[in-house]
Design a protein around this ligand. Structure first.
Ligand code: AMP
Ligand code: GLY
Length: 417
């Protein structure tokens, strides 16, 4: 099977890594990719938001399957163009990707599907926003309706900050604050059958102790030893299957990866958000534990055959990933700095840890930072404590001037708290 992966982050590196280990994959391509992906896939330059260009590339490469990683091309309708060209694609249509592209749309789907989520108001002016904020009280949750790379949400006790964020957005969703631990649960779906993956937890805030601004994600771990073993079944029954059914009922079936961001509140599971693609950095830990070869799973979803698939096989090991970010991320990051120590990780830790690149590029013999989240180190171990030790040992070998990473990824869960 010839596979083309679209995207350039650590998520795409993780997808490419799993695909490269799958004996069914005879050729692996990625566009545009990054310095790490270049080591396992052939890279191609393409405007990933241009469906015709992506489709032409897939046709030229005779790709049997295209996997679209990020949300922006999905929301732009790239999967539709591929499907029209008869190319199997893992990733939802433009209409179905609205479940991530518009928070108000996602709320509407949930309301019709009876899916539990925070109560909310959609506001388009300051008056509406003010009365919604007053109705819910602090802590305030204000969400830009559109895509914002994980940075469109402000959760604050400061009413002025809440109002200011609302004023910056054309349309906002203001909602009830959900208290409780967060879980990310991914499901692969062909529009009908829902195949859940293992749950993970990510760390959205920039700094230790969940301080600082929201980011795209600073680390993740899986499994979740503290979670109820019945959680996955419950979320499939109350969230994922009803949502997939509702999307199909609307005539816009969701094919690809449905990501449920959940809060486990004292009153039960609530959806915080849906995404229309694999999450980053949760993908790094979920795929580290998936033993079933990946290409067949994604192909079965793309072609509507998920019901025929054998149950997924999972490793008993735990996985932890730690993101190394550029100076000043999630603000405007400093780029162009050399990254050293990558060879040392490959030489010393290869049996249980590896680097997945995100914002990197190669220049001669050096690898330079080229984005906010630069790379993530993923490690496995017999339990979270061992996986965590191994991840941080490898992170310690890597040097990037001015970079920062969280030191508490999976710390509480590893300690049994
Ligand atoms: P989102 O982009 O919707 O995932 O929001 C980013 C982060 O903001 C989430 O991972 C939560 O940590 C936080 N958040 C979003 N909605 C709520 C809510 N209703 N209550 C509490 N925290 C929230
Ligand atoms: N881990 C958060 C996201 O991918 O949106």
């Amino acid at each position: 099977m010839k596979v083309l992966v679209i995207g350039s982050g650590a998520r795409e590196h993780a997808l490419c890594r799993s695909l490269s280990l799958d004996p069914a994959v005879t050729a692996l391509h990625c566009a545009p990719g990054n310095a790490g992906i270049a080591e396992i896939a052939e890279l191609h330059q393409v405007d990933i938001l241009d469906g015709a260009a992506v489709s032409a590339l897939a046709t030229r490469l005779e790709a049997d399957l295209v996997v679209v990683g990020p949300e922006a091309p999905l929301v732009a309708g790239v999967a539709d163009v591929l499907r029209e060209a008869g190319i199997p694609v893992f990733g939802p249509s433009k209409e179905a990707a609205r479940i991530e592209g518009s928070k108000a749309f996602a709320k509407d789907v949930m309301a019709h599907a009876g899916v539990p989520t925070a109560r909310s108001y959609v506001c388009t002016n300051a008056e509406e926003a003010d009365s919604a904020l007053a109705a819910f009280g602090a802590p305030y949750v204000v969400k830009d309706d559109g895509l914002a790379a994980g940075k469109g949400v402000v959760v604050t006790d400061d009413i002025e900050a809440a109002k200011a964020h609302a004023a910056r957005c054309e349309r906002v969703v203001i909602e009830e604050y959900l208290d409780g631990p967060e879980v990310s649960l991914f499901a692969v779906t062909d529009g009908e059958t829902v195949l859940p993956l293992q749950p993970a937890q990510d760390f959205k805030r920039a700094f230790d102790g969940d301080a600082g601004p929201n980011t795209g994600g600073m680390g993740a771990y899986s499994p979740l030893p503290w979670a109820d073993p019945a959680l996955v079944d419950e979320v499939v029954r109350t969230v994922l299957q009803p949502t997939v059914d509702e999307m199909r009922r609307r005539g816009t079936p969701f094919v690809g990866l449905l990501y449920a961001g959940l809060a486990i509140t004292s009153r039960g599971v609530r959806v915080i958000e849906f995404n229309a693609r694999f999450g980053d950095p949760e993908t790094q830990v979920v795929l580290a534990r998936l033993q079933t070869p990946l290409a067949g799973v994604l192909m079965a979803a793309a072609t509507g055959h998920l019901a025929d698939l054998e149950p997924l096989r999972w490793s008993d090991e735990a996985a932890v990933t730690v993101v190394v970010a550029s100076h000043n991320y999630p603000g405007t990051p400093r780029t162009g700095d050399p990254i050293t120590g990558l060879d040392e990780v490959a030489a010393q830790d290869a049996s249980h840890a590896y680097v997945l690149h995100a914002g990197t590029r190669r220049e001669g013999d050096s690898v330079l930072s080229a984005g906010g989240r630069v790379l993530s180190v993923t490690a496995t171990g017999k339990d979270l404590a061992e996986a965590r030790d191994r991840a941080y040992t490898a992170v310690g070998r890597i040097h990037l001037d001015g970079s920062h990473h969280r030191t508490d990824i999976a710390a509480k869960a590893a300690a049994g708290a």
